[in-house]
Design a binder for this molecule. Structure first.
Ligand code: PRP
Length: 213
């Protein structure tokens, strides 16, 4: 049997799709995986150990090598710029990073304050646009900021667009498309290359299969 692999998985909306993809790739994940509150789950039959982390923290665990590999959104990778290898686009959890604002003012909005969970991405986007803005960092429910007058606009993830719609906000600019990626710690890649390559190839087959559908 090969070396044990520790994989950091994001809890929350990416989790289900990521777990589903691992199962399709042939990894037997236990039932408790889906509804347990455990943060570390051992799967000795597969020689795997799962760490269930907040999406924004997956890259941190992988960069520090406490997880060998992980599944992380491109949004997090762009924001954090961690020292990890981005090995495969899993093409799941598709969404986009976008600028949005209140419907009434969005068209000609010149509000200088932008609220976001992605201060680095937002700063470089507006710098590239030649626009001076003040970035206000929030940790969630970003859509609240324009409603309550904290910021004129937001930079956030849009998936179905429901959150924007229900809060009377409109998307004004798309920054980029987002999908989840399979990431690897550089040292782990040297020490456990065979087992990591095996996982990457199995996942890659599923990605290609899904694309061909
Ligand atoms: C994300 C994102 C938006 C919402 C978009 O938030 O920040 O608020 O999902 O999805 P939709 O377009 O399908 O409505 P999430 O639920 O992950 O929580 P957060 O507000 O704590 O970031």
């Amino acid at each position: 049997m090969g070396k044990e692999l520790t994989i950091a998985m994001p809890k929350g909306r990416i989790f289900e799709e990521a777990a589903d993809m691992l199962r399709k790739a042939g990894y037997q994940l236990p039932e408790e995986f889906d509804d347990s509150r455990k943060l570390i789950i051992q799967v000795p039959e597969e020689n795997l150990r799962f760490i269930l982390a907040k999406p924004m923290d997956v890259t941190t665990y992988v960069e520090h090598g406490v997880a060998d590999v992980g599944i992380a959104g491109k949004d997090v990778l762009l924001e954090e710029e961690r020292d990890v290898y981005e090995v495969l686009d899993l093409n799941i959890s598709k969404c986009r990073l976008a600028v949005a604002g209140l419907a009434e003012t969005a068209a000609d909005s010149v509000a200088p304050r932008v609220a976001t969970k992605y201060p680095n991405v937002a700063s470089s986007y507006f710098r590239e646009q030649g626009e001076q803005v003040e970035i206000i960092k929030l940790n969630g429910s970003i859509e609240l900021a324009p409603l309550i007058g904290l910021a004129g606009r937001i930079v956030d993830i849009v998936s179905t667009g429901q959150t924007l719609r229900e809060n009377g906000l409109v998307e004004t600019e798309k920054i980029c498309d987002i999908t989840s990626r399979f990431i690897v710690n550089p040292v782990s890649y040297r020490m456990k290359d065979a087992v990591i390559d095996e996982m990457a190839s199995k996942l890659s087959l599923i990605v290609e299969g899904e694309k061909a559908k």
